[in-house]
Ligand binder design. Structure first.
Ligand code: DI6
Ligand code: FE
Length: 407
């Protein structure tokens, strides 16, 4: 190990679950280890025995478990109102699609979001974010998509940015202006898409309000042809793309996302073999969202076995949103991914660390405990990482380290 500076911090006497790819032990578990932090980054991960003695800046973790900070790579955290009444209707037998066709669903949240001030949205989102941070989330993706006009999409992304300035967390903002056709464009969805491609997307991109563009490609959203048009416009501006695809039906959206070298194809319950092949070839991450699957009482499971066989990296996220996944818990999402989709707990952990980082284009800096990576990590009052997956709600978080600082 190189010479230490006096300001370097040794987080020592820990059991690490490094989550590195090539580790000999499951979860990258190593006993009696230490993380050496310089500034905001990990300088080295070393055995206790390799540490110099007498370094003044050191923290004894008492043998506790340390994992990378959790990454929630798919959320709709910023929105006004809630859809509890709609949910009651759904429980009486009205389908999500039927409610959506009646102007409810996403459009109900659009109205509530348009009618909320940025301050009000910020306050609501802050509470939701706090719950995720309490569970150890250090990076979160936040989508727009409840504005569906230039002004409100910008308001949502402004709130997302503000959350990052106000809290010890990394925000990855995504433009999801193509989430639904707004009521005022119901007769002419292509005109709305033109507005997104020609005005909303270029202007918010120029103002650096987001990192990637998303689309809801579905029979209640946008057609593959419309999604392709959006992706062509995004690619021309150098914007990375991703998609909500194959959630309720198979429209070939995942293959489309992959063709544009997309970061991730999300939901993918109805993904077919051709889609899996396309994802494997292009390195597109499969983002599994078991909260929405559970809440919509879906039956069709994503093809986990095939994704595994083809080596497609699988991430797990909350999809936190008022319509299909009102669960601000990544531990619960991990549990559901195992119970409902058949992931192993180790795959669920990779899904909220290494693979979630990859889904956000941060695979070279986030989601693993290794030299050169950002010093985001969580100290747990737990013996083994399976515990957070096994028992969501217990939350044995002991300490949260963001960019090298306890926070
Ligand atoms: N798929 C979903 O599950 C959410 N958005 C999407 O494209 C639902 C959003 C909502 O119902 O408000
Ligand atoms: Fe979503």
């Amino acid at each position: 190990m190189q010479q230490l500076h006096p300001d370097d911090v040794l987080w020592r006497n820990a059991r690490l679950a490094t989550m590195v790819t090539d580790a000999p032990e499951p979860y990258g578990l190593t006993e009696r280890s230490a993380i050496v932090v310089r500034g905001q980054a990990i300088l080295a991960v070393v055995p206790e025995s390799a540490l110099p003695s007498g370094h003044r800046n050191s923290v004894d973790l008492g043998g506790r478990l340390v994992t990378p900070g959790l990454i929630d790579c798919h959320t709709h955290l910023v929105f006004g109102g809630n859809r509890a009444a709609e949910w009651e209707q759904r429980l009486k037998g009205v389908s999500y699609q039927a409610i959506s066709a009646q102007g409810g669903g996403i459009n109900a949240t659009v109205t509530a979001t348009r009618n909320s001030s940025a301050e009000a949205l910020l306050q609501l989102a802050q509470q939701r974010l706090q719950r995720l941070m309490n569970e150890g989330v250090t990076t979160i993706e936040i989508k727009s998509g409840y504005g569906l006009n230039a002004e409100t999409e910008e308001k949502m992304l402004h709130v997302a940015r503000q959350l990052g300035l106000n809290n010890p967390i990394d925000i990855s903002p995504t433009l999801l202006a193509a989430h639904a056709v707004p009521v005022e464009y119901r007769q002419d969805p292509d005109a709305y898409l033109s507005l997104v491609c020609e005005e909303i997307m270029p202007s918010l991109w120029q103002k650096e309000f987001f990192e990637a563009v998303d689309v809801f490609c579905e029979n209640v959203g946008f057609t593959p042809a419309q999604a392709e048009r959006l992706f062509l416009a995004a690619t021309a501006l150098g914007i990375p793309v991703k998609g909500h695809v194959e959630q309720l039906s198979n429209l070939g959206g995942a293959a489309l996302v992959s063709r544009f070298n997309g970061l991730s194809a999300d939901h993918i319950e109805y993904l077919d073999e051709a889609g899996i092949q396309a994802m494997a070839q292009n390195g597109t991450v499969a983002v599994l969202l078991p909260g929405a699957f559970y809440f919509l009482q879906e039956r069709q499971r994503p093809p986990v076995e095939h994704l595994r066989k083809q080596g497609v990296p699988m991430a797990v996220a909350t999809d936190y949103n008022p319509g299909t996944s009102p669960f601000a818990s990544l531990h619960l999402a991990m549990n559901m991914a195992c119970v409902q989709f058949g992931l192993t707990p180790e795959e669920a952990w990779a899904g909220v660390t290494r693979h979630a980082a990859q889904a956000l284009g941060r695979g070279a800096t986030h989601g693993q405990l290794r030299a050169g990576y950002v010093a985001d990590f969580i100290v747990w009052d737990a013996d083994h990482p399976v515990e957070m997956v096994y028992e969501p709600g217990r939350n044995p978080l002991y300490q949260r380290i963001f960019r090298g600082e306890a926070a």
